[in-house]
Design a protein around this ligand. Structure first.
Ligand SMILES: NC(=O)C1=CN([C@@H]2O[C@H](COP(=O)(O)OP(=O)(O)OC[C@H]3O[C@@H](n4cnc5c(N)ncnc54)[C@H](O)[C@@H]3O)[C@@H](O)[C@H]2O)C=CC1
Ligand SMILES: O=C(O)C(=O)COP(=O)(O)O
Length: 530
């Protein structure tokens, strides 16, 4: 039974797929402190949050069973992604479900700002009939700057165009072509701040976007500009904004988000007559909350059940078409990695992976993650490594990873060859996925073999002399180790040879020692591929 903790308010209707699943137990416990979360998180396989819960490294380290953190929304700045990646926890979000809702909120904020609606409301309900103080401005024919033309930014731009505004936009990933089709004129941040009458930001909060609108931008800003921030607190410098309003540069601002949420009661925005605020309501509609919860529930279930999923924030996305082609190789890659790690001695320095045949033309990056998972699990423990953190862990340990592609498959339609250099030695292994037969190891070092990637293998290097095979069989038999299959290979008559045995159960250590002590046996390795 998988246990899922929901630590922020998330739509019940959207969570239905999880609550209805017979293998999932959902526990709702919102408003917990970090200490409270640390105390209970160890029991859970998944954590579902919105923006309130700050998912710190401490919480994740205490979450020894935690496999996935689901963010029912877009921004993941409340989750320590680096910690999640290094701990092998998948972070997924629901980026599409709240686009329109947030866009509509930003637009509502802009209109409320243009027409002083919150201020007028506050006065009217006190019984005052003040029509002079709240003369507004039209949106029509005004220049509107949009910083960040992603999902939300482009929807806001479309609505602004419908309102007769001239839209200037900036986004490093927006092409001229697409902008033109949308009716947006691309401009630099500087051009936007100098020319816009209204401006809105729709970028994530990153090192680059932090305070992207600050004192230097306010200094050159068009006088009378009105600013909206329904993205993230910190993109616009809050104190510099208050100064710019007080200096008469900015006519007003509408903010849904704050650098620290909730803001302190003495935050200057909260009593400024020209600043209107909402408490991070951008995504708060019935529709958006259902959408994001449905999306995140579906993905969490898939991850827990080891099925394909999308929108992993700390793992590059795998397009569905590619996933269909490469997913059958995940197991082969992991098992090959695991077998190579078990047959090679010493600390890993370099891993070379050669993908050949039909794999050569595909994006094999996800496969590399599984190879590394197999290798590193042997050294770091299986519970520490998964496909999310394997690349990260390898890089952290300065392991050089070399990827090669080739068309030569030596008769197979696909073939993956791994070689591993350690301080002590270099070894290699090849495998293939055979239609109808599954994963096979087809070469170990220079020796062609045909071995399944399951169960227990004994790899015995020896000299090619008569009588050795018999002695090995006798020793194993007398110790109750049953041989299921045996293959032998040699480089030349009387030269180096190997025996690859599949055995029914793990051989006792004492038996391995006795095998090693037999004459002409150079090395014995037991490989567990269970
Ligand atoms: N107030 C609220 O409740 C909500 C806030 N948001 C926030 O809105 C923001 C945008 O969300 P989406 O549009 O869904 O994301 P998105 O990823 O579709 O769009 C973000 C865009 O910002 C652009 N960008 C990144 N750095 C930039 C820079 N330095 N200058 C200009 N553009 C830059 C990216 O290229 C991207 O196109 C996110 O920060 C998200 O957290 C989202 C939903 C609800
Ligand atoms: O999706 C986002 O990025 C949001 O900011 C929405 O936040 P929320 O889920 O309403 O706490």
């Amino acid at each position: 039974m998988y246990k899922v903790l929901v630590s922020d308010p998330i739509s019940d209707m959207g969570l239905q797929q999880l609550t209805d699943a017979s293998d999932v137990e959902v526990v709702k416990n919102t408003g917990l402190s970090e200490d409270e979360l640390v105390a209970i998180i160890g029991q859970f396989d998944a954590l579902l949050v919105r923006s309130q819960t700050k998912v710190t490294r401490r919480i994740m380290e205490a979450g020894t069973n935690l496999k996935v953190i689901g963010r029912a929304g877009v921004g993941v700045d409340n989750i320590d992604l680096e910690a999640a990646t290094s701990l092998g926890i998948v972070v997924i979000n629901a980026p599409d479900g709240n686009t329109i809702t947030t866009c509509e909120h930003a637009f509502a904020m802009m209109m409320a700002l243009a027409r002083h609606i919150p201020q007028a409301y506050m006065k009217t309900v006190t019984g005052e009939w003040d029509r002079k103080s709240f003369v507004g401005v039209e949106l029509r024919n005004k220049t509107f700057g949009v910083l960040g033309l992603g999902r939300i930014g482009t929807e806001v731009a479309k609505r602004a165009i419908a309102f007769g505004m001239n839209v200037l936009g900036y986004d490093p990933f927006m092409t001229e072509d697409r902008a033109e089709k949308l009716g947006i004129k691309l401009a630099s941040v500087d051009e936007i701040v100098r020319n816009a009458d209204f401006m809105t930001v729709h970028t994530p909060l990153t090192k680059e976007t932090h305070h992207m609108i600050a004192k230097p931008q306010f200094e050159v800003m068009k006088k009378g500009m009105r600013i909206v921030n329904c993205a993230r607190g910190g993109i616009i410098d809050e104190l510099a904004l208050v100064e710019a309003i007080d200096e008469g540069i900015v006519a007003g601002a509408a903010f849904d988000v704050f650098e620290h949420e909730p803001p302190n009661p003495d935050h200057p925005f909260l009593k400024h007559p020209k600043i209107i605020v909402t408490p991070h309501l951008g995504a708060s509609t019935i529709e958006a909350q259902e959408n994001v919860a449905i999306d995140v529930s579906e993905q969490v279930i898939n991850i827990l059940r080891n099925e394909p999923f999308k929108n992993a924030v700390n793992m590059p996305p795998i397009p569905a078409e590619l996933l269909n082609k490469i997913q059958p190789y995940f197991k082969l890659c992991e098992k090959l990695g695991s077998s190579l790690a078990q047959m090679t001695e010493g600390a890993v320095r370099e891993i070379t992976i050669n993908y050949s045949g039909e794999l050569a033309d595909l994006d094999t990056n996800p496969l590399t993650r599984y190879v590394l998972k197999g290798i590193l699990s042997h050294h770091l423990g299986a519970e520490q490594v998964n496909a999310v953190n394997s690349m990260h862990l390898a890089k952290q340990r300065d392991v050089n990873i070399v990827i090669q592609k080739s068309s030569a498959t030596k008769g197979f339609t696909n073939r993956i060859t791994l070689s591993m250099k350690t301080k002590a030695e270099e070894r290699w292994v090849s495998g293939t996925l055979l239609a109808g037969f599954g994963e096979r190891i087809v070469q170990i070092g220079p020796y062609p073999v045909d071995v399944p990637t399951e169960g227990h293998l004994l790899l015995i290097s020896h000299s090619d002399k008569p009588g050795i095979i018999g002695r090995v069989g006798t020793l194993l038999g007398s110790n109750d180790v049953n041989i299921a299959t045996m293959q032998v290979g040699r480089t030349d008559i009387g030269g180096s040879a190997i025996m690859v045995l599949t055995i029914d159960k793990k051989a006792p250590k004492t038996v391995l020692e006795q095998l090693s002590n037999l004459p002409e046996i150079k090395r014995v390795r037991e490989i567990g591929l269970v």
